[in-house]
Design a protein. Sequence first.
Length: 246
Amino acid sequence: MQLGILVLLAAAVLGFFFPKAQETLRRWFERRPGLIFAVPPLLAGIFSAAALAAHAWSWSLSLLILVYTLLPVGCAAAQGAGFAKRPTWIDFAAILLLWLPLEFGAGAGLVPLPARGYLHSIAYGVAILLGLVLFAAFRWFPDLKYNLPRRRRDIWLALAGFAAVAPVLIILGIAIGFIPPPHMPIKTAGSMASAAPIIFLGTALPEEILFRSLIQNLLMQRWGGGVRVLLAASFIFGCAHLDNGP
């Protein structure tokens, strides 16, 4: 059951890659904006089911996740559903309400230690799914860029950027102790291969949605795409990793 809930959240997040899914939700919310308030109890129910499966459920934990999902929904609902030309400070407040509680481990003391890793992943899935619902369907902005590659250029630009930047970041990361130095594998090839999709879904994709699709793109739509905005987005991304390490 634990794996099934993770797969459910991952499928919902990946489902937003399809423009038809985003367009359908937008029409629903434009016709009935009040539907957005059904999302927090739905997501809180999914989290509670995961907590039950992990033998970590409590009323306090369920109430906490309900409040956590309600607050950013309230920020979005206060501004209304539909196309938004320019983000406001309330939009950025909603993003912070999604991000900072997870960044600082809010509610970790309510979860038994063996279940913390699993429920942290579930909470990440809930947060990312809620962010997509709010900013790609309910109050949606142009150029959030949450879509699959549409042209060959989208693929080769990403590969070229990786080839240019990865060697620099590897050397710098080792030098400052952010990543460990080269070493022989301590896991089997099979376990490392199975870890790749987990890292992609549990770390890479959520970070790209939060820091690129939401924070960076909304900063650019608010203040333009200049160097200062890109540096600000990069600074925020770096600060989020100050407490990370090998």
